[in-house]
Design a protein around this ligand. Structure first.
Ligand SMILES: *[C@@H]1O[C@H](CO)[C@@H](O)[C@H](O)[C@H]1NC(C)=O
Ligand SMILES: *[C@@H]1O[C@H](CO)[C@@H](O)[C@H](O)[C@H]1NC(C)=O
Ligand SMILES: *[C@@H]1O[C@H](CO)[C@@H](O)[C@H](O)[C@H]1NC(C)=O
Ligand SMILES: *[C@@H]1O[C@H](CO)[C@@H](O)[C@H](O)[C@H]1NC(C)=O
Ligand SMILES: *[C@@H]1O[C@H](CO)[C@@H](O)[C@H](O)[C@H]1NC(C)=O
Ligand SMILES: *[C@@H]1O[C@H](CO)[C@@H](O)[C@H](O)[C@H]1NC(C)=O
Ligand SMILES: *[C@@H]1O[C@H](CO)[C@@H](O)[C@H](O)[C@H]1NC(C)=O
Ligand SMILES: *[C@@H]1O[C@H](CO)[C@@H](O)[C@H](O)[C@H]1NC(C)=O
Ligand SMILES: *[C@@H]1O[C@H](CO)[C@@H](O)[C@H](O)[C@H]1NC(C)=O
Ligand SMILES: *[C@@H]1O[C@H](CO)[C@@H](O)[C@H](O)[C@H]1NC(C)=O
Length: 444
């Protein structure tokens, strides 16, 4: 569901450019050729990746693409990808002479020093990928001058940013990735400059040492935001309600964010939401009954494990029919499993283990024809295991351990030809049929 920027940009540029290696009708501009040769001089290319960089027509060099009519260099594409070896050395200012450059990918290499400040003069740049390119230190704020930039990837373990004001200059930005960049000095002010980017569709601020109060904003300008990734930060603050005013959201991941307070119920009304992961926020709470009584129209992946969900599961759970993956393990959920669960016909993975569920396993569970994993261990479930469980033909994992189930294991379990892991230990089951291929430790 995430957008794939590289494909976007290829569509964006195709037709008007010619990649090196293809038969060339256009000829390279001499000044740009000189600039590229000077750039090469600064690089440590111990693996000869730039061996094609000689001769007069730089449009034919590897990693270079030109405008098909003017011959201007439009793309410098030098990522360290599989089968290649990283480039090192320095990026010389001669790069800034490529005035028509739209696409620059230096990701995965071993350059040294800071991100050069002269990148900001490449004013036609639409795509800039410096992901794990070896640069360290402060990201230069003058990158904010790149008003045509649509994709910016500066993910890195060794970069930092003091404030994000400059980002609001990137008025064309659709995609921003600062994975693992140290934003600890930015405080709660990260959200305001980003809220000025009406085209922003995908935001990655994972592992950014963000902490503290998430500012409230007077009006939500994120009209295009689909993908929001904020996992592994240490907010120690509430998840603000305005998040659920971003009706374009498709995928939200704030796992392990030290969030506190309540899960806004409005997540369940977001018309496009397909994936929500708020797991491992041990102080984030919600009433199950209220939360799952919302429509959750398109939700496919819902992971709220290891939070503070409490109360009962409502029968309306059965209306969340797009669900594929549903994980609520390690919470404080009590009461029974509603029989409407049988309506979740797309469900492949369900984990309700480590809660306080009571009552018996509903017969309707046998209707979940696509189920691959069923985990209900460490609850207070009683009664017998319904024989309808034998209908779950795709089941590979069935974990019912540590409940109060009684009776015998139904014969129909022998029909589960994909089953590779079965644990019904620590129940009150009596000996009965037991398919010989299963190991049943501690059968009581
Ligand atoms: C940047 O490059 C890295 C590694 O080559 C890649 O995984 C990532 O998707 C690229 N970012 C964008 C926005 O294309
Ligand atoms: C150059 O690109 C344009 C579209 O941008 C296309 O119509 C034209 O045929 C291309 N010319 C050559 C020589 O490939
Ligand atoms: C060039 O790169 C190689 C391989 O990474 C390295 O061994 C060598 O020391 C580098 N040379 C310079 C001058 O940085
Ligand atoms: C560069 O790519 C090679 C080959 O895929 C890989 O072994 C190496 O770790 C990469 N280097 C960096 C710095 O990402
Ligand atoms: C580029 O950005 C810097 C700092 O953000 C600013 O001082 C400068 O005027 C900008 N230059 C242009 C050409 O916009
Ligand atoms: C919304 O975006 C516009 C520019 O697109 C900006 O002028 C305005 O200040 C933004 N509003 C907020 C609350 O940030
Ligand atoms: C969010 O939506 C609610 C209801 O539509 C509205 O009252 C509130 O002002 C909105 N908040 C923001 C920050 O836009
Ligand atoms: C739940 O689904 C039933 C039919 O499947 C529908 O009549 C009802 O309106 C739905 N309830 C909610 C709250 O969406
Ligand atoms: C779960 O049930 C056990 C046993 O009845 C009880 O001791 C415990 O307090 C309950 N925990 C929660 C969080 O409801
Ligand atoms: C299993 O437990 C239920 C409820 O605890 C009880 O009604 C039933 O008689 C028990 N069945 C067997 C076979 O022990």
């Amino acid at each position: 569901m995430e957008t794939f920027p590289f494909l976007w940009i290829i569509c964006l540029l195709s037709g008007e450019l010619i990649w090196g290696g293809f038969a060339q009708l256009v000829h390279c501009n001499a000044a740009e050729r000189e600039a590229l040769l000077d750039l090469k001089m600064g690089l440590n290319d111990s693996w000869n990746r730039l061996s094609s960089w000689h001769g007069t027509n730089c449009c034919q060099w590897s990693g270079i693409a030109c405008d098909n009519t003017t011959g201007a260099v439009l793309a410098v594409d030098l990522p360290n990808s599989s089968g290649r070896q990283p480039l090192g050395g320095e990026i010389r200012p001669s790069l800034a002479k490529l005035k028509s450059l739209k696409y620059l990918d230096l990701s995965g290499n071993k350059f040294s020093g800071k991100i050069p400040h002269f990148f900001s003069s490449l004013e036609n740049l639409q795509y800039l990928n410096l992901s794990f390119a070896g640069f360290s230190g402060a990201i230069p704020p003058n990158l904010g001058n790149l008003s045509s930039l649509q994709f910016l990837d500066v993910s890195s373990f060794s970069s930092n940013v003091d404030n994000l004001e400059w980002v609001s200059g990137l008025v064309s930005l659709k995609y921003l990735n600062m994975y693992s960049v140290d934003l600890s000095k930015v405080g709660g002010e990260w959200i305001e400059p980003l809220n000025k980017l009406p085209l922003l569709s995908e935001l990655h601020l994972e592992f950014c040492v963000l902490s503290g109060f998430i500012y409230s904003i007077s009006s939500v300008n994120f009209t295009s935001l689909k993908v929001l990734k904020l996992r592994d930060n240490s907010f120690k603050a509430n998840l603000p309600n305005w998040f659920v005013n971003i009706s374009s959201l498709v995928s939200v991941d704030i796992r392990n964010g030290m969030l506190t307070g309540r899960i806004p119920l409005g997540f369940g009304e977001l018309p496009n939401l397909q994936s929500l992961k708020l797991n491992y926020n041990v102080e984030l709470s919600a009433s199950c009954f209220q939360l799952f009584s919302r429509s959750w129209k398109k939700i496919q992946v819902l992971d709220l494990s290891i939070t503070e969900l409490h109360g009962r599961l409502p029968a309306l759970l059965g209306n969340m029919t797009s669900l594929i993956q549903f994980d609520l393990h390690f919470n404080y959920i009590e009461g029974g499993i509603p029989s409407s669960i049988g309506k979740l016909s797309n469900l492949q993975y369900i984990d309700l283990s480590l809660n306080n569920l009571t009552g018996s396993l509903p017969d309707s569970i046998g209707q979940l024809k696509n189920l691959v994993e069923l985990r209900l261990n460490n609850n207070l479930l009683q009664g017998s295991i319904p024989s309808s469980i034998g209908n779950l033909q795709r089941l590979t994992t069935l974990t019912l351990a540590s409940n109060k189930l009684n009776g015998t294991l139904p014969d129909s379990i022998g029909l589960l030809s994909e089953l590779s892991s079965l644990d019904v230990s620590l129940n009150k089951l009596t000996d009965g049929f037991m398919p010989s291929r299963y190991v049943l430790p501690f059968l009581a």
